[in-house]
Design a binder for this molecule. Structure first.
Ligand code: UDP
Length: 249
């Protein structure tokens, strides 16, 4: 594992350039639809603390708090159109996160896989890298830009393109369990897993395409609770509670 020494505050980080994937659900707060801005602001604070440690940070945010393609398809919409609606939902979330991050003093750019130039920049890989080198938080919006994919796959894709040292998935619980822990008190939590174990045991942490892409590119995945304040920074320092998915010892 590469150990990167942050020159800003001297704290040791295990990873230098990181991509954080959060589901739209993480922005719901106590609501059951849409964006609760206090919750977005709290996640933004976590991103800021990681940025202050010297990491380069990019984000992929889902859209499930607003719209999912499969829901449209189940009520008779054609799947591709419904998926485009889902991708547009991720742009709404990205703009909310941009506003929260800028409100606490961070420079940001939203880069959308579906060009919408009056709202944000189009996704251009080299430009995204340059933004991060300049210390900006890059928010990748509109998933992969293609229907029939998910934002988990978009996260693994962008992490590979950005040459990220790890992909973090901020979830509702503090790691990967063998079954849904909230409704199963006997669920077992894993500290470490290989990509193969995640796929063969069908563990519901990220979809198979995302896990395969991370494996092919040897990108470790850290799964932690987005609701635990400071857990993002702790995971990057190798502390706290998270599950590490990797093939390395
Ligand atoms: N989506 C898509 N292609 C992508 C990423 C997302 O079509 O590359 C659509 C899809 O309909 C999906 C929705 O956007 O249901 C929201 O994304 P996702 O379900 O991954 O969000 P999350 O569950 O992480 O909130």
């Amino acid at each position: 594992m590469t150990v990167f020494k942050s020159d800003k505050v001297g704290e040791r980080l295990c990873y230098r350039r990181v991509l954080l994937k959060i589901s739209g659900e993480a922005l719901l707060g106590d609501g059951d639809y849409g964006v609760e801005f206090d919750t977005v602001r709290r996640v933004a604070e976590d991103v800021k603390s990681v940025h202050e440690l010297g990491a380069e940070v990019c984000l992929v945010i889902g859209g499930g708090n607003i719209f999912r393609g499969v829901s449209g398809a189940t009520v008779g919409m054609d799947r591709a159109s419904a998926d485009y609606m889902g991708m547009l939902a991720t742009v709404i979330n990205a703009l909310a996160m941009q506003s929260a991050l800028e409100g606490i003093g961070l420079g940001t750019r939203v880069l959308s896989a579906i060009p919408m130039e009056t709202v944000c920049e189009p996704y251009i890989r080299r430009r995204a890298v340059r933004h991060m080198e300049k210390g900006r938080i890059v928010i990748f919006a509109a998933g992969t830009g293609n229907p029939f994919f998910t934002t988990d796959t978009a996260a693994a894709l962008r992490a590979a393109e950005m040459d990220c040292d790890c992909l973090l998935k901020g979830t509702q619980v503090d790691g990967v369990y063998d079954k849904e822990p909230k409704s199963n008190p006997d669920a077992v939590r894993y500290d470490r897993l290989s990509y193969h174990q995640v796929l063969s045991r069908n563990l519901q942490v990220m979809d198979a395409a995302a896990i395969s892409l991370a494996r092919e590119n040897a990108i470790p995945i850290l799964v932690f609770s987005i609701h635990n304040y400071g857990a993002f920074a702790d995971a990057l320092k190798g502390n706290g509670r998270y599950t590490l998915i990797s093939d390395k010892d």
